[in-house]
Ligand binder design. Structure first.
Ligand code: ZN
Length: 498
């Protein structure tokens, strides 16, 4: 069995390394590659992906797993070996169920769909994108059917991003938070809006970059094993545990570089603190998008938008930007936490963000089930925006065309953003119960207890346990949506005097 296990490690380990090679190419493309090289680069990345796919669907791997899976009963379920076989078997099953022809056709479809989406978005004309999106949903339904029987047609899609999570659970979770968040927003809307004019100045971008670096390092992002670069759409990428890179963007007319950098640092701190023993195996990466997002959002919002963090960081902002010197910490804190329904998801505040996600989830499910025709998407989108946030986008670029995800075929991805919010609040609450002096430490710029708690309970395990199992190990339960609502209510009651 030992030698078979070693063979498995080397086979899936090589495929994992190929994925990381592709990540280097992708980072390079987004950070500095000449645009003219796009076609060449596409050929290179698709070559690398197909090499990895070949290994991960090979009969050699199938034979190894056929031998090793029955042997799992002799292994400790907590051991790296057990978890590796389990993960490799799940991945193998998923990959081999889908015919290569389908994969190739879908890749071709989405690459064409992307340029259609770009034109549709630029001209705010849904009709340009409609046929591509119709085909994408049709092919995603076909994809789901390779996994039949399923409880829900959305399950196989969701499983790609949040392994183990079921559509029925999501529906239940969202049924809890939807009315409570709508009610909270209604109460907030009835209050006078805090003054946010202190954020409406020009803030020099070089200073924003300096402050972003300071903040990321203070949280615990290790710059000796990473770097920060400027891009159009910020992301984090890991080449290995000693090279986890973050990206951000800075604009003169707001301070969003800081929150974007803290968000990406949250993703990166997760990846940088995976146990070294898992390196070079597929276990050496964050377990799911929801769990990943819980880390980024925890640092960006629960820490970054907290009063305690600003006690530590606001003086640095004031010395970088003298225009803030006449603005008190209290005023600045309130300005950073204004709740205002808006059209754009990525610009949404903590109280409205989940509404944007639920809207997308409900529309995805409806289009997949066939109860909503893709042609009717703009109207359905606007109807839900009005119902949930009380506003109707004036055009489709500010509505159903705003996200790139669907053009890339990413159906089932959006819910992980909301799961991240919900998990972040549960981890935050559990950590604060354990360390009663957490706020005081954060106010002094000491993030060691929080980071240590997350490393100890989440990061070091990489992908060993599915996200809901991992959460259960830390907080004793799966998702408890009421904790996020409690967090929102407490925070905004203090700010708005509800
Ligand atoms: Zn993120």
């Amino acid at each position: 069995m030992r030698d078979k296990l070693e063979k498995l490690k080397s086979l899936v380990g090589d495929a994992f390394e190929l994925r990381r090679v592709a990540a280097v190419l992708d980072w390079d493309q987004q950070v500095g590659m000449p645009v003219a090289a796009a076609a060449n680069r596409a050929r290179q990345t698709s070559l690398i992906s197909s090499l990895a796919h070949e290994k991960l669907t090979s009969s050699e791997l199938g034979d190894l797993l056929a031998y090793l899976v029955p042997e799992m009963k002799n292994l400790d379920p907590e051991s790296d070996e057990y978890c590796l076989i389990k993960l490799a078997a799940r991945d193998y099953k998923r990959r081999t169920k889908v015919p290569a022809g389908h994969v190739a056709e879908f890749t071709h479809l989405t690459s064409l769909a992307h340029s259609k989406w770009e034109s549709a978005y630029a001209g705010s004309d849904f009709l340009i994108f409609k046929d591509s999106l119709t085909k994408i949903f049709k092919m995603r339904r076909e994809y789901a059917d390779f996994f039949a029987p399923y409880d829900h047609v959305y399950d196989p899609l969701l499983d790609e991003f949040e392994p183990g999570m079921k559509t029925a659970s999501l529906i239940e979770i969202f049924a809890v938070i939807r009315p409570l968040q709508v009610e909270l927003l209604r109460e907030i809307a009835a209050c006078p809006e805090p003054d946010r004019s202190c954020l409406e100045h020009k803030f020099a971008v070089d200073k924003q970059w300096q402050l972003s670096r300071t903040a990321a390092a203070a949280l615990g992002y290790d710059f000796s094993r990473g770097r920060l670069d400027s891009v159009v759409h910020p992301f984090t990428t890991s080449f290995n545990l000693n090279d986890v890179r973050i990206t951000s963007y800075a604009k003169e007319d707001n301070l969003s570089a800081l929150s974007a950098t803290m968000h990406e640092a949250g993703h990166a701190i997760y990846e940088q603190n995976i146990a070294v023993s898992l390196e070079n195996t597929p276990l050496a990466s964050g377990v799911s998008l929801g769990m990943h997002e819980s880390q980024s959002r925890l640092w960006e919002n629960l820490v970054g938008r907290s009063y305690a963090f600003l006690q530590f960081f606001y003086p640095k902002l004031q010395s970088a930007f003298p225009v803030l010197q006449s603005v008190s910490l209290d005023e600045f804190y309130r300005a950073c936490n204004v709740v205002k329904p808006g059209f754009i998801r990525i610009a949404a505040d903590e109280a409205t963000y989940n509404m944007h996600v639920m809207l997308r989830f409900e529309l995805e499910v409806a289009m997949l089930e066939g109860s909503l025709a893709v042609a009717d998407l703009p109207e359905a989108w606007n109807g839900k925006m009005e119902e949930y946030l009380g506003i109707v986008p004036p055009n489709d670029s500010l509505g159903c065309l705003q996200d790139v995800h669907w053009s890339a075929g990413l159906i089932g991805y959006f819910p992980t953003y909301a799961l991240g919010n919900l998990i972040s609040a549960q981890l935050w609450e559990a950590c604060r119960e354990k360390f009663t002096g957490l706020d005081a430490a954060i106010a002094c710029g000491d993030f060691g207890e929080l980071r240590g708690y997350l490393c100890e309970n989440i990061h070091r395990y990489g992908s060993k346990f599915e996200s809901m199992e991992l959460l259960k190990r830390v907080v004793g339960s799966g998702i408890r949506p009421e904790i996020y609502i409690k967090y929102l209510r407490e925070k905004y009651s203090a700010i708005y005097g509800l």
